[in-house]
Design a binder for this molecule. Sequence first.
Ligand SMILES: NC(=O)c1ccc[n+]([C@@H]2O[C@H](COP(=O)([O-])OP(=O)(O)OC[C@H]3O[C@@H](n4cnc5c(N)ncnc54)[C@H](OP(=O)(O)O)[C@@H]3O)[C@@H](O)[C@H]2O)c1
Length: 265
Amino acid sequence: MGPMNPTPDAATPRPRRHVLILGGTSEARELAAGLVGADAGGGVRVTSSLAGRVAAPRLPVGEVRVGGFGGSEGLVCWMREHAVDVLVDATHPFAEAMSANAARAAAAAGVPLLALRRPGWAPQTGDVWHRVASLDEAADALPALGRRVFLTTGRMGLARFAHLTDLWFLVRSVDAPEGPRPPRMETLLDRGPFTLDGERALLAAHRIDVLVTKDSGAAATAPKLTAAREAGVPVVLVTRPPAPVGVETVPGPAEAVAWLRERLG
Ligand SMILES: NC(=O)c1ccc[n+]([C@@H]2O[C@H](COP(=O)([O-])OP(=O)(O)OC[C@H]3O[C@@H](n4cnc5c(N)ncnc54)[C@H](OP(=O)(O)O)[C@@H]3O)[C@@H](O)[C@H]2O)c1
């Protein structure tokens, strides 16, 4: 008679663990690469989720899904359907709605959640930063600060600046802007990383006298702050929305890989 209760042995494969990364950032791509690269035994399935805002996004390694989930309930359903073991919120610090949904969905589904949130930028000697809480406040601050604006807050919020008819804007975005926008503007389609020499040249060529940016904290887009400091150009810095409370948070992809290795064994 064979064994009644066979016990798992070394030959029994462990179930694959599924990590869902809410992405759209360079850190999320680095995390996916780190997890896939470290997973020599193929024990971890990595899926990255993108919102679908960018026409030709940079794709992470591993599996990718694109588009909204349909709120936190949709995310709960998706995680159940795809047997997600761990959720990582590696979205941009300004993706406030997605981060809130992630926190709600993780709690509802009983799935552990880790937030990967890079620190904001720190001012250095010589910086002239005006911190504001929103794009509307940034628009209010501009007329007193300059006439030729370098706007790097993304094409989505351009309508907030549409009434500033006396100012000229250089708008840098990944895809072309649509909808209401300032009447006097030039669009520069580009995406980081950007170089310090390139940013210096841009400020000089367009005679920029004020810069607007979100406090993304990204290394890839930080050279514009150095160029602005050198040129004595003031910066309107939009501060981050509050992150969901009570979510375990790490500052970078390496820390996230370490956290996940501990969790997933
Ligand atoms: N906000 C920025 O400045 C910024 C800058 C660079 C990159 N990004 C990236 O662009 C994406 C959208 O940012 P946002 O600020 O527009 O987001 P958001 O306002 O926080 O999210 C709005 C809705 O978009 C969907 N969504 C957002 N991120 C998603 C993701 N990674 N996967 C699937 N669905 C997602 C969700 O729809 P449902 O409710 O239907 O699930 C969410 O409720 C994010 O992935 C973010 O990392 C944002």
